[in-house]
Design a protein around this ligand. Structure first.
Ligand code: PNS
Length: 162
């Protein structure tokens, strides 16, 4: 049986940093499920359905990657889909403490589910969805951070808010 990995996140919006992690992990694991968190309390820019369809369009070229959404605890969802491992990207040392806490807690709470960290490619090591949104909200050029298909979707959201 092949190794199935879950790559969870908010993906609000998906960036080149996320896509880099998907690309690299698709070569390591047999199957990748990109799990989009249905984070109601975070007040996301994009609905969960918008985020799922946005990512789905961008990962069509990978036969072993599919996109889904989840509610509630990640470890419960991972169990439900029989994922063997969690994938997270680490950009910098500042990510490490928080990610370590979550990974440890998830492993204790689930009994066995491990998290594997991929170091983000250097050219994306500064990227974050939050900062992309901040720049986009002022009408700045975000084409270096997110795929060209995603740029107009983000711009449209902020246009509607002005
Ligand atoms: O892209 P993000 O916002 O850094 O992803 C965070 C995510 C989705 C991995 C994390 O918030 C999560 O797993 N949330 C689901 C609820 C849960 O399991 N919480 C316990 C660990 S924080």
């Amino acid at each position: 049986m092949g190794k199935r990995a879950i790559y969870p996140g908010s993906f609000d919006p998906v960036t080149y940093g996320h896509l880099d992690i998907i690309d690299r992990s698709s070569k390591i694991f047999d199957e990748i499920i990109v799990g989009v968190l249905n984070n109601r309390q975070k007040n996301p820019l994009f609905s969960v359905d918008e985020r799922v369809s946005m990512i789905s369009g961008l990962v069509q070229k990978y036969p072993n990657v599919r996109v889904d959404s989840f509610d509630g605890l990640l470890i419960d969802y991972a169990k439900e889909i029989s994922a063997d491992i969690i994938i997270r990207g680490l950009r910098a040392i500042t990510d490490f403490e928080y990610e370590l806490q979550i990974a440890q807690t998830n492993r204790v709470e689930s009994g066995n589910l491990d998290t594997i960290f991929l170091t983000t490619s250097l050219n994306y090591s500064y990227l974050s969805s939050t900062i992309v949104k901040e720049f986009a909200s002022y009408g700045a050029d975000i084409s270096k951070f997110v795929p060209e298909e995603v740029v107009p979707l983000i711009e449209q959201k902020y246009k509607n808010m002005r």
